[in-house]
Ligand binder design. Structure first.
Ligand code: GA4
Length: 324
């Protein structure tokens, strides 16, 4: 364990590089995979999946399009901006002054939006749009498979209770491409922030990144666990706020951040699986009982999303919905 000082001299940060995220093989026996996923969600809110079924070809094509976009001149990338909330953004994150060493592209996943937006993203919009659509198809399927395994693992009925929200044609899922510059110094103290600490508001996030490290998760206050890049073919999966609510706090939506800690630039692609705006979010029936009553009041995703976007990155949004 390494201990480093943070920006605030009264606060130190512990880096735990002795913790590894569980790696779950989706080819393994179903009830075994489901048990391991539940355990990982309770312990870390994060895990990796291998043999996930997303065709490597779809991933490679999307990575290639991402590289091409971020290597375009700034003036051309700006044509896809500003990210209010969808489009190209550089250093500004959200609408309330959060800053980070990152440039990004935020896209809605509905086909009409993608085909329209592609025109200001790529010189070959049809190719870009095809790459995005096949990538979305793959990661959506994976998100649904993981959500079904989670539902089975907590004995929720029907087992499609979570995945149904993502399969809904009105699902508000989004796709994010990030590009972080290389670091001048490795293990700098304080670390240089690419994307500040936050939880993901949606149900589930599936992240794919290139070989450059930088992602860290915070299982407890002041402790940061670096996430390595092994195995390279894995997707990193994490629980979002909505899933924490639906599992009545059993699964954890854990804070994470990206620091600049590699001499190579980092690119990542995140699929944020979300319900439709009008969907009402409640705790699953099996998990909200008389002995353990719901911890959160129910809300629509539209309401929660609005609360999210009016807050800063670091602020807790779930507290607003806690039962007194
Ligand atoms: C974090 C997860 C997703 O990247 C995101 C982010 C969103 C944004 O970049 O516009 C937010 C952030 C994220 C949470 C708090 C608000 C909204 C920036 C911000 C300050 C796209 C999302 O859905 O919430």
């Amino acid at each position: 364990m390494v201990i480093i000082a943070s920006q605030n001299p009264l606060k130190t940060e512990k880096i735990r590089d002795d913790i590894e995220l569980p790696i779950i093989d989706l080819f393994s026996e179903r009830s075994e995979a489901s048990k391991l996923i539940v355990k990982a969600c309770e312990q870390f809110g994060f895990f990796k999946v291998i043999n996930h079924g997303v065709p490597q070809e779809n991933v490679s094509r999307m990575e290639e399009e991402t590289r091409t976009f971020f290597s375009r001149p700034g003036s051309e990338k700006q044509l896809a901006g500003p990210a209010d909330p969808y489009g190209y953004g550089c250093q500004n994150i959200g609408l309330h002054g959060d800053m980070g060493e990152v440039e990004y592209l935020l896209l809605q996943t509905n086909p009409l939006f993608i085909s329209q937006k592609s025109k200001c993203i790529s010189n070959d919009p049809n190719k870009f749009s095809r790459a995005v659509s096949s990538y979305i198809e793959g990661v959506r399927e994976l998100a649904c498979e993981v959500l079904d395994l989670m539902a089975e693992g907590v004995w929720a009925q029907p087992t499609s209770v979570l995945s149904g929200l993502i399969r809904d044609p009105d699902s508000d899922s989004i796709l994010r491409f990030n590009h972080y510059p290389p670091a001048d110094v490795i293990h700098s103290s304080p670390p240089k922030i690419g994307f500040g600490a936050h939880t993901d508001p949606q149900i589930l996030t599936l992240l794919r990144s290139n070989g450059s490290v930088g992602l860290q998760i915070s299982p407890e206050d002041g402790v940061w666990v670096p996430v390595n890049h092994h195995p390279a073919s894995a997707f990193c999966v994490n629980v979002g706020d909505v899933l924490q609510v639906m599992t009545n706090g059993r699964f954890l939506s854990v804070r994470h951040r990206v620091i600049l800690n590699s001499f190579n630039s980092r690119t990542s692609m995140a699929f944020f699986a979300a319900p439709p705006l009008h969907a009402t979010i409640n705790c699953l029936q099996v998990l909200g009982t008389q002995q353990s009553p719901p911890l959160y009041r129910s809300f629509t995703w539209a309401k929660y999303k609005k609360a999210t976007y009016t807050k800063r990155l670091e602020e807790s949004r779930l507290d607003l919905f806690k039962v007194e």
